[in-house]
Design a protein around this ligand. Structure first.
Ligand code: ADE
Length: 233
């Protein structure tokens, strides 16, 4: 898989991509991630990528021309399965969408900034508009990293233990059950007996019951079957 991330603050992206599982995925040559500076596609000496909005609203708007130039230049080199714009008014990101993106060969993620992106660029270039939650961040860089991380860990071979992505919260529609490690007793608090006796049927049953109970209490919305016209799955 190849992921290209376009940003006008590319410095925000470097650190998180150089650590942990995302770093290992790149070292194993399973995933390649490239960061591009939108300002490289501006055509004035100040490298301007934003301008005042028509209609006099507050804030600045990302201009269509540098975005067009950048996405066209990258798309001339490969075909993108998904061209993603990160925006708080996009489709809410979830595990089902991460699973879908993880099947792609090439993904381009454009990190939004300022008051937004000229609507013509949105109409012309993007296959997906994704929000990572109902709150407004200062830019799309953190959302781009969130999406890249959630997707990369699902690509086969990235996680050492092939089953561990499957046991993540949400992967089976439930929150993950609690986990424990040594010591068996800490300040009088014991690890549940069901996990200690080595009976895998009993351990699975305990985990299933805990996952269900945690989901019922914290996220009962996850237990409601999706409507048949729900396109987010
Ligand atoms: N840009 C600013 N806030 C965002 C959010 N919540 N999701 C995606 N992109 C954003």
């Amino acid at each position: 898989m190849r992921i290209d991330i376009v940003s006008c603050v590319p410095q925000m992206l470097a650190g998180p991509l150089e650590h942990s599982i995302v770093k290992r995925a790149q070292e194993k040559k399973i995933v390649e991630i490239f960061v591009h500076d939108l300002r490289d596609y501006a055509d004035d000496k100040h490298r301007t990528v934003d301008d005042y909005p028509y209609g006099g609203a507050a804030g600045m708007v990302l201009k269509v021309e540098p975005v067009a130039k950048c996405i066209r230049a990258l798309s001339a080199q490969r075909t993108y399965d998904h061209v993603v714009y990160t925006t708080p008014d996009g489709t809410l990101f979830n595990q089902a969408l991460a699973n879908r993106l993880s099947l792609a060969e090439n993904i381009l993620i454009f990190a939004g900034r300022y008051k937004g992106l000229d609507q013509r660029a949105r109409d012309l270039f993007f296959t997906d508009e994704i929000s990572i939650g109902d709150y407004v961040l200062s830019g799309g860089e953190l959302p781009a990293l969130v999406i890249a991380d959630a997707v990369v860990r699902l690509v086969p071979g990235v996680l050492g233990d092939e089953t561990s992505a499957l046991s993540d919260s949400f992967q089976d529609g439930l929150l993950a059950p609690p986990v424990y490690t040594r010591p068996p007793v800490f300040e009088g608090l014991s690890v549940p007996e069901a996990l200690l006796n080595g009976n895998h049927r009993q351990i699975d049953a305990w985990n299933d019951a805990q996952a269900y109970e945690k989901t019922r209490i914290r996220r009962p919305d996850l237990l409601i079957p999706p409507a048949s016209n729900d396109t987010s799955l």
